[in-house]
Design a protein around this ligand. Structure first.
Ligand SMILES: [Zn+2]
Length: 351
C-alpha cells in the first residue's frame, strides 16, 4: 500500500518572509521552497499517494490553543492594512510583553489594535505574518489532521507535509516559524477520540517548547524530544533535561539536550532512549515531529547527521510496532531536504 502523503499548496502564499538575525533583516530560512523540494522528491520516488487535506474546523485548533490567538492570526493582517500598513512588508511585533513587563502586577488592559497586541503572543522576531499566513497555518493543521485520519483508518504510517511547522507554538503563543502546533493538535485529537494515551516524538533539531508547554501538566500525552542544548541554541530558554512536567504531567516530558557536532551514532543512542520511554507507556500511535535541521549541512544548526542515518531512525521508530503520524517541522538545507525525507520515510516503511 502506498504511503499517504498529505500536502496543500496554501503554504505558497506564506511567502515574502523576513526575520531579524542579530538585528539584520534576512530572508526567512523557513521558505516555501522547502516544502516544494520535499514534494518534488516524494513525487519522484515511488510508493507515495498524494492527497489534499480535508477541511477540519476551528474546534480542533482551540482544543489546544486559546481562541484569542486564532482570532489574532486570522485578522491581524487585514487590521494592519486597514490602519495604513503598506500591505507588502511582513508584520513583526514592535513590543514584547515579556514576563518582566508584568512581574509586579497584571496587565490591566490590552491594546486596541491587534498589531499592537502581537507582542503578547509572540516570542521572537523570526515569525512574520503576511497576507497568506493564516490560511497556510490553517492548511498545515488540516494536513496534520488528515494524516492522522489515514492512520486511524489503519494506514501504518502517513506523512503530513506541514508548512508552516508547529512545535514552537504554545497555548497562546507563536514563534519559531510556527503559528499553530500541528503535532499537539493531532495528539489532542487522538486522546479526544478515545485513545487513553498519545506519544509525541520530536526529532527536530530544536526543542519543541510549544508542545512541551501545551502538555506540561497532562498525564495523557507523553512528549520526548532530542534537540540542541538550549544553553547554546534556539529557543534558548527551554529544553533542559530537568524539565519533566508538573502535576499530572510529572515524568511525561523527556528532554534530551545534545552537544554540537552530534554524530549519527550518538543520535541513534538518543533515539533508542526515547523509544524505550515511549514503549514503556501504553499506546498504539506515535506522532513524529520530523525535522531535518539535524542534518550536517543545515545552515542554521550544528549537528552532524548524514542522510543514511535518517533511514535508520525511521526504521527504529517503525520497529516499535506503533503506527506513525509523521509531521514535517524544520530543515533548512534545501538541496538535500527531499532526499532526507525520502530516506526517513523509506526506513519507516521497511524498504
Ligand atoms: Zn528546528
Amino acid at each position: 500500500m502506498p504511503t499517504p502523503v498529505i500536502a496543500s499548496d496554501a503554504h505558497l502564499a506564506h511567502d515574502g518572509l523576513i526575520e531579524l538575525v542579530h538585528g539584520s533583516p534576512v530572508a526567512c530560512y523557513e521558505s516555501p521552497a522547502r516544502a516544494v523540494e520535499i514534494e518534488r522528491a516524494l513525487r519522484a520516488a515511488d510508493g507515495y499517494a498524494f492527497e489534499p487535506p480535508d477541511e477540519h474546523g476551528t474546534a480542533a485548533i482551540t482544543a489546544v490553543h486559546d481562541t484569542d490567538l486564532v482570532d489574532l492570526l486570522e485578522h491581524v493582517w487585514t487590521d494592519a492594512v486597514a490602519a495604513g500598513h503598506d500591505g507588502r512588508r511582513p508584520l513583526i511585533p514592535d513590543t514584547f510583553a515579556t514576563e518582566a513587563f508584568t512581574t509586579r502586577h497584571e496587565l490591566s488592559g490590552t491594546p486596541l489594535s491587534r498589531f499592537d497586541r502581537l507582542g503578547s503572543y509572540c516570542f521572537d522576531t523570526a515569525t512574520p505574518i503576511v497576507e497568506g499566513t493564516y490560511a497556510a497555518a490553517r492548511a498545515a493543521v488540516d494536513v496534520a489532521l488528515t494524516a492522522a485520519r489515514r492512520v486511524l483508518d489503519s494506514a501504518p504510517l502517513a506523512y503530513g507535509l506541514c508548512r508552516p511547522p508547529g512545535h514552537h507554538a504554545g497555548t497562546r503563543l507563536f514563534g519559531g516559524y510556527c503559528y499553530f502546533n500541528n503535532a499537539a493538535i493531532v495528539a489532542q485529537r487522538l486522546v479526544s477520540l478515545g485513545a487513553s494515551r498519545a506519544a509525541i516524538l520530536d526529532v527536530d533539531f530544536h526543542h519543541g517548547n510549544g508542545t512541551q508547554q501545551i502538555f506540561w501538566r497532562r498525564g495523557d500525552v507523553f512528549y520526548a524530544s532530542i534537540h540542541a542544548d538550549p544553553a547554546r541554541q534556539y529557543p534558548f530558554f527551554l529544553g533542559h533535561s530537568n524539565e519533566t512536567g508538573e502535576g499530572d504531567g510529572v515524568g511525561e516530558n523527556l528532554n534530551l539536550p545534545q552537544p554540537a557536532d552530534l554524530s549519527d551514532d550518538a543520535y541513534l543512542a538518543a533515539i533508542d532512549r526515547t523509544l524505550e520511554a515511549i514503549l514503556s507507556r501504553p499506546g498504539s500511535i506515535i506522532v513524529v515531529s520530523l525535522g531535518f535541521d539535524t542534518y550536517g549541512l543545515d545552515p542554521i544548526c550544528d549537528f552532524a547527521l548524514t542522510t543514511p542515518v535518517y533511514a535508520e531512525i525511521g526504521r527504529r521508530v517503525a520497529a516499535t510496532g506503533r503506527r506513525l503520524v509523521i509531521l514535517q517541522e524544520g530543515g533548512y538545507y534545501r538541496p538535500h531536504l527531499g532526499n532526507n525525507a525520502v530516506a526517513w520515510l523509506r526506513g519507516a516503511e521497511g524498504r
